[in-house]
Ligand binder design. Sequence first.
Ligand code: ASP
Length: 309
Amino acid sequence: MNTISIAIHGGAGTLVKGMMTPEKEKAYQEALQKALDMGYQVLEKGGNAVDAVEKSVKALEDSHLFNAGKGSVFTATETHEMDASIMDGKNLEAGAVSLITGIKNPVSLAKDVMEKSEHVFLAGEGAMQFAKANKYSLEEPDYFYDELRHQQWLAIKDTDNFQLDHSVKKDSKFGTVGAVACDANGNIAAATSTGGMTNKKFGRVGDSPMIGAGNYANNKTCAVSCTGSGEFFIRGVVAYDVSCLIEYKGLSLEAAANEVINKRILEIGGDGGLIAVDTQGNIAMPFNTEGMYRGVKTSKGIDVISIYK
Ligand code: ASP
């Protein structure tokens, strides 16, 4: 049997030891562990990588601690617009949604786009019509409300600023969520979900739902989920770049992931990180910020949650 492994992230940013209360840190660790365990259980029972990453991301979306699903940041008009994507490394099938509102688990809608539509990427009104056709119920705005996120938005509303919810204010370091997994058959998958950036406007879409930028999976190389300043991750085509370095340059997973995060994306000014897995179950989790909420669990006995460098 192949090594089974899963890695998750809850965003990267200004995460410095001692900045959070011990209670808060514990809450993050518990939420990450729960999401990690839920995805791992799918793999342990012989489930596939796609179902495992969906399971973990759903658990993170259901926690108000992370900027995805419940707890998504506020847009310039005080609403929530969420983006998500998922990709199956076995057959390169993918699904993505952006600019959606009221959906409890955007990652599941992305998976339905992959499995139940002829398309890869649905946005805005059309994505909402697709959700309705697939019997998704809508949550009230209250469900997504988080006091801290609201304060972050109040501080910059009516300005042209938009920000990563986990980088500017010292007490606000949460983020986009994602998972990558390798199942017992050696198939890999990646999923990413986000509320985007605080005070975003003009229908701004980040890297998270863009296949190749914030999310990518290919059994030939690796599965990747990113977090960070989306504009730079789009321009750097980050997730696909990691895959290309493996495929065309023969780099290892670790070397390719490091090259992109600690060199190539830094050179154009991008801050953030990524998690990646290959079909051997190896994991890489580089970031160029102070910290990244992350976790990894494998059938070789690794089971770790980390926040700081
Ligand atoms: N990458 C996300 C975006 O730009 C933000 C994040 O990672 O927190 O929408």
